[in-house]
Design a protein around this ligand. Structure first.
Ligand code: RP5
Length: 165
């Protein structure tokens, strides 16, 4: 864990990368450095403790944590770091990510996890939120975030293509 990047993207399994890569790609587009790591709350609990307890000292400012099923990773990470933690519920096979969502969102008062939507939308928005946090103290990034939104707005057609089926 070098910690030279401001954002850590952690995930419970290699299988989460298909979702979490959207967070990484969004941060890349915005020019925000990040580190990615597999940290499983259940399969690698010692790795989780080491990561979460050392995250602030390592220089991270925001943690994005994605997990599916009994998704304890974001909450357990938040329990062991004062950094803002954004949780991404990964779409599970058995329950389509509703299990992941409820596992992440229902934190007891006192330990917050900013919980995003299930799947790709949540991963993209976690990255945008992380960038927004960093942009509070980084004017160049604030400008890039504004430009990203302007491009998105410009890409939305006013009239639907009615030839599309
Ligand atoms: C969770 O279990 C992971 O976050 C993943 O979403 C889910 C399934 O993991 P694999 O069995 O694909 O490794 O811990």
């Amino acid at each position: 864990m070098s910690g030279s990047a401001p954002v850590a993207i952690i995930m419970g399994s290699q299988s989460d990368w298909a979702t979490m890569r959207h967070a990484a790609e969004t941060l890349d587009t915005l020019g925000v450095a990040h580190e990615t790591r597999i940290v499983s709350a259940h399969r690698t609990p010692d790795r989780l403790v080491a990561f979460a307890k050392g995250a602030r000292e390592a220089g991270f400012k925001v943690v994005i944590a994605g997990a599916g099923g009994a998704a304890h990773l974001p909450g357990m990470t938040a329990a062991m770091t004062p950094l803002p933690v954004f949780g991404v519920p990964v779409e599970s096979k058995a329950l389509s990510g509703q299990d992941s969502l409820l596992s992440i969102v229902q934190m007891p008062a006192g330990i917050p996890v900013g919980t995003l939507a299930i799947g790709r939308a949540g991963a993209v928005n976690a990255a945008l939120l992380a960038a927004a946090v960093l942009a509070l103290t980084d004017q160049d990034l604030a400008g890039r975030l504004d430009a990203w939104r302007e491009r998105q707005t410009a890409s939305v057609a006013e009239w639907p293509d009615t030839t599309e089926h």
